[in-house]
Design a protein around this ligand. Sequence first.
Ligand SMILES: [Fe+2]
Ligand SMILES: [Fe+2]
Length: 169
Amino acid sequence: MPILQEILVEQLKDLLHAEGQLVKALPKMARAANDPKLKEAFRKHLEETKNHVERLKQVFELLGEKAKGKPCRGMQGLVEEGQETIEEGREKPNFAADLALVVAAQKVEHYEIAGYGSVRTIAEQLDQKKVARLLAQTLAEEEKTDKLLTKLSSPLLEEASQPEEVEQV
Ligand SMILES: [Fe+2]
Ligand SMILES: [Fe+2]
């Protein structure tokens, strides 16, 4: 196998494992979120994430490779941090717990954006147009999710800036 395709397949295995972990982690994030809009955003992204797994499987098929994950330690670390954030959030006021969840979730999205951006570029270089298109679709959804999280954090930040709210804690 040409070295560039080898790199692509390795990275896709990493992403498949990462997405699989998120399918398990996102329901916990949704349960932990207090703000209904944030909850809804996590639920929606869970459905998208399931589709990311399916798209990756399609990509493996197009490349004639077995869809097999390879332990993604980067995502394991981020998911563990997310779990910690959920636990610590129980002791925090709702808006503060939600803000911390947004931070954890945006770290995950940025990790995915980096991963998908890279594999998309490699697929383009290999002239794997269908593969590149599928990966670009997922990339766009990760970017959209990241932007939505930024938007949802703005009222929470405002609430966090109110001195009287902070003093009550
Ligand atoms: Fe994803
Ligand atoms: Fe994502």
